[in-house]
Design a protein around this ligand. Structure first.
Ligand SMILES: C[S@@+](CC[C@H](N)C(=O)[O-])C[C@H]1O[C@@H](n2cnc3c(N)ncnc32)[C@H](O)[C@@H]1O
Length: 300
């Protein structure tokens, strides 16, 4: 089949769209990513049956075009993810951060743990965190038994602890897949057999997250460009998201995440990201190639 004739889009038109996308969700398309933007724009114009840029732009900026703006943003997000992504960092999360948080919270008789995966894509990140928290708590309980009756059958999270993992994204399609929580074999490479046995059911050729683990994770739509973000978190994972933002937007995002964290709590960013030059309100913890950032309290 012959490839469709490209619709003419000028550099100025592309800039206009770049600005609209930036205002909408913070994603910044510089020259290196202009080709990708151009390609996705062509696809959406064709899908809408519109043969000129201005017609499409008018639609995007109209009230009726809200749905199409969502479609366009979904087409522009990069949703690459995997289970147990960046293992050295997850080791820091489990062995250093969770250990410290559980001790500190137990001393205060605060039995809640709230973790937010911001930009969770198809769910591999929040489910990985859920598996790691469940294991860490079971091991912690073994060493620090509490005078509470353990219900039968033994729950994933030993009482009185309560774990909430919030996972959010701007893309509704990935959120739906995350909620479904069924993954093909090729996405399971980084999940070792102990985790497969404990936290997955085999359904035909695919792996489904077990209900008890699924129940720890709540999915929601949040646009990190906005000010209304989930507060009072003990840990935030925002990995491989701000890499698509420009520096000004990265600074704004870090400041918002800072405000969404409880005192002394922790932020994880992606392997290719860092807070260097963006914020001095965190202390960096670096161990065996894994990095975390701990919130510093403002000096009065
Ligand atoms: C590359 S994935 C990273 C997934 C996961 N955090 C990881 O590191 O494996 C980036 C995700 O960020 C989401 N995203 C991009 N801009 C966003 C925004 N403004 N608000 C919320 N999510 C956003 C995308 O939809 C995508 O699913």
């Amino acid at each position: 089949m012959a490839s469709p004739v490209p619709i003419n889009i000028t550099e100025a038109e592309l800039k206009l769209l770049q600005t609209l996308i930036y205002q909408e969700c913070g994603m910044y398309f510089d020259e290196r990513r202009a080709h990708f933007l151009h390609d996705r724009l062509q696809r959406r114009l064709r899908a809408c049956g519109i043969d000129n840029f201005y017609g499409y732009y008018r639609l995007l900026t109209s009230f009726e075009g809200k749905r199409e703006l969502v479609n366009l943003v979904e087409n522009l997000t990069v949703n690459e993810t995997s289970f147990f992504r960046n293992k050295p960092q997850l080791e820091v999360f489990q062995k250093v951060v969770l250990e410290e948080l559980l001790h500190r919270k137990q001393e205060r008789r605060d039995w809640t743990l709230r973790i937010w995966s911001a930009g969770c894509s198809t769910g591999q990140e929040p489910y990985t965190l859920a598996m790691m928290v469940a294991d860490a708590l079971a091991y912690y309980y073994l060493r620090n038994p509490l005078p509470f009756d353990m219900p039968s059958p033994k729950p994933l999270i030993p009482p009185p602890w309560r774990v909430e993992i919030l996972a959010s994204d701007i893309n509704y399609s990935v959120l739906r897949a995350a909620q479904e929580a069924v993954y093909p074999e090729h996405q399971m490479e980084s999940v070792d057999y102990v985790y497969r046995l404990r936290y997955f059911d085999k359904v035909g050729e695919r792996y489904a997250i077990k209900t008890a683990l699924k129940e720890l994770v709540h999915f929601d739509f949040h646009n990190l460009k906005t000010e209304f973000l989930p507060a009072r978190n003990d840990v935030i994972f925002c990995r491989n998201v701000m890499i698509y933002f420009d520096e000004a937007e990265q600074k704004r995002l870090i400041e918002k995440l800072y405000r969404c964290l409880n005192p002394d709590s922790y932020l994880f960013v992606g392997h290719a990201e860092s807070l260097f030059g963006l914020s001095d309100k965190f202390r960096m913890l670096h161990q065996n190639n894994g990095t975390a950032y701990q919130k510093l309290e403002a000096q009065s």
